[in-house]
Design a protein around this ligand. Structure first.
Ligand code: LMR
Length: 313
């Protein structure tokens, strides 16, 4: 069986993190692509030279040419600008849409069979645009955010309870913005419902921190946004696909009636991810408070998507 090929469009901080993690996991060969001349080649060579120490048999290459996307099984897109302190993700809409449009056309031309994972912000609108531009079936175009948001909430719960983060499960739905929805009833620690271990008031505090967690990192870094946990989260999704794991994870997926959302809008929901890409959207029961919050989040995504629609008209 031939090796899988994973292409990373955008070889910045997230791209570099993903390349290293992919080499460690040996999920396939890695091609890093960026417009900055020499940068993807340099990062690929740097990891390549460490392969004997990792150790790994993964081959890495760098390129500035979209034609090198040919033969990709998975393309992960981080191309675009990160926000700076004081900005919201939505402030990146205009500039990053132009980039996604260009990248999407290149993927359509050179990697028509690939699964595409979009990481670029504002996430839900960018993955919507990617699906429209490529025309790929929706099960093969997906956004990375829910894995990250859920992992952040799990981290805060673990720290608060003084337990291992690996034992905590959490679920964060909706758009990847300030309106994202953390679901109290879905959180657990080693199978124990969180409601037996933590009050709703404390959970709400952690949920509020989760909704602002990307901005917390931006304020600390000052020159960019988070990259380690986003990189790990995107690879978690790629792995589910490449190994046909049937993983249940939260992703920005196209909705056609699920959760009462029509019109092919993309939004963070739990899905089953395997060799078929998004194989199923799982509809979790939400209480009245969560349902209202989810609707508000969907409305926020709708506003961004109408902008995209107008731009593409
Ligand atoms: C994140 O959540 O870390 C990313 O969406 C980047 C950002 O701007 O917050």
């Amino acid at each position: 069986m031939a090796r899988k090929k994973i292409s990373l469009v955008g070889a910045g901080q997230i791209g570099g993190t993903m390349a290293l993690v992919l080499a460690q996991k040996q999920l396939g060969d890695v091609m890093m692509l960026d417009i900055a001349e020499g940068m993807p080649q340099g990062k690929a060579l740097d990891i390549q030279e460490g392969r004997s120490v990792i150790p790994t048999a993964t081959n890495l290459s760098g390129s500035n040419d979209y034609a090198d996307l040919a033969g990709s099984d998975v393309v992960i897109v981080t191309a675009g600008l990160p926000r700076k302190p004081g900005m919201s993700r939505d402030d990146l809409l205009d500039v990053n849409f132009g980039i996604i449009e260009k990248v999407g056309l290149a993927i359509k031309e050179h990697a028509p069979e690939a699964l595409v994972i979009v990481v670029t912000n504002p996430l839900d609108a960018m993955v919507y645009a990617m699906q429209k531009v490529t025309g790929f079936p929706a099960n093969r175009v997906v956004g990375m955010a829910g894995v990250l948001d859920s992992s952040r909430l799990a981290c805060f719960i673990a720290d608060e309870l003084g337990v291992s983060a690996e034992d905590v499960r959490a679920l964060v739905l909706g758009g990847h913005g300030d309106t994202m929805v953390s679901v109290y009833g879905a959180a657990s620690v080693a199978g124990i419902p969180l409601s037996q271990l933590m009050s709703k008031e404390k959970f709400d505090e952690l949920a509020a921190r989760t909704a602002k967690a990307g901005g917390e990192i931006v304020a600390l870094l000052k020159t960019g946004s988070a990259f380690y946990s986003p990189g790990l989260s995107a690879i978690h999704m790629a792995e589910a696909y490449l190994l046909d794991k049937k993983s249940v994870l939260t992703a920005a997926a196209q909705l056609n009636g699920e959760y009462g959302v029509e019109g092919g809008l993309y939004c963070g929901v739990p899905v089953v991810m395997g060799a078929g890409g998004i194989e199923k959207v799982i509809e979790v029961e939400l209480n009245e408070e969560e349902r209202k919050a989810f609707d508000v989040s969907v409305d926020a995504v709708k506003d961004l998507v109408s902008w995209v629609e107008n731009k593409m008209a």
